[in-house]
Every structure is written in C-alpha cells, then in structure tokens.
Design a protein around this ligand. Sequence first.
Ligand code: ADE
Length: 228
Amino acid sequence: MRVAIMGAMPEEIEPILQRVGSYETVEYVQNRYFTCNYGRHTLVIAYSKIGKVFSTLTATTLIEKFGAEVLLFSGVAGGINPELAIGDLIVATKLCQHDLDITAFGHPYGYVPEGAVFIESDAALRRRAVEVARSMGIVLKEGVIATGDQFVASPERKAWIEKTFHADALEMEGTSVAVVCDALEIPFLILRAISDTADMDAGFDFDAFLESSAQISADFIVKMVEQL
Ligand code: ADE
C-alpha cells in the first residue's frame, strides 16, 4: 500500500526519516517529499509547514501526485482536556476548525454552507491505533481535535474552544488534512502528542517539549505502519 506520513514541522517527521534509514527526495511544488519502501509498504513522507493552507497543499499533493491510499498525520498538539499531560497521545475521533466564523449569517462556529462542523476520522484506522497502543502498553486517548491558524497560549481562548466544540486538544493542521482526505475518500488518522496545554506557558512548553513529544508520536506512527 502507498502510505502517506505527514507532519507540519521538520521535527515531526525527522524521527520517522531516521527510522526508515534511506529514502529518495523528490522536490515538488516548493516542498520536499521523501519516498522509500518500508516492509510491505511504499511510504511518502513530508512536512507541510505550519497552518491550514500549507497542510491542505501537502495533503492534496500526497494523494493526487504521489498516489497515497492512506494518510497518517504525526505531530504535537496543545492539550485542553485536563486528563492529557505533556507527552500523552491523542488520536482524533473527529475534527473541527475553531477559527472558522460566519456566525454573522446565523451559522454555528466552524460551519460554512455545504461543509460540516466536524469531520470524522477513519474508524478502522482508529481501532488499529487502539490495538497498537494496547500492544505497546500505553494509553491512547480518543477525542475531538480543534484546528485553527493560531498558536493558542491563552486560558480564555482555550476555554472557549473547549466550550464551543468540546475539544480535547488543539493544533493547526488536522482539520484541513481531514477535509482533503474526506473529499478525496482517503482514510486518515490524526495522531498528536501533547507538547503544551495552550495556556500562558504554552510558548515556553512548546519549545521545551516539541522534540520529545514529536518523537513519541513518530514512534507510534511507525508502529502503526508496521501493523497496516
Ligand atoms: N500545537 C501544539 N501546541 C499548540 C498550541 N498551543 N496552539 C496551536 N497549535 C499547537
């Protein structure tokens, strides 16, 4: 199977590139895509750069240009649910855009006509992730992930996102990737390890824990690929 593995930042895919060892690099639409064989699968690995626009471009390219049949996202997130501590893993059950707002026209937050507030991730991949977590003896939380083009470092904004979307974690790419995969009918999984808790210390914690949390997520994604 052709499996896409995507992150937003170099730190999110470097541990995966290290694990696969050797790969080819293809330059395309101002980005680099790394391809290799791993077990029974062909992998296409890329980081998009931060945010919904770049991640939309990369997810679309991974599918339309590189023929990905499944997409796994690995990276870090800000925790909302107090059960999530730094380094914990969450897999998205469904995802939404917390910064999408045409409420002036009577629509709910996160909604535009012909869209949907929430996009559901692939249930079979999620089940597989739960099995992998069990086999590794680790806890994997399943929950709602909210995406926006904002680094959230504010207790008020975090509380609003929690209240409005019942979100468990937030980040800046998951929902755009989900929208692309949903439209192109490609099963996807959005996995994140917590790097901060989106409050006043978020900037400091993010810098401190980006690498270690990205590594935790990457290790899990490699195990997932081995089980596909
Ligand atoms: N990714 C990791 N932490 C984040 C935060 N606090 N806000 C947005 N994206 C993040």
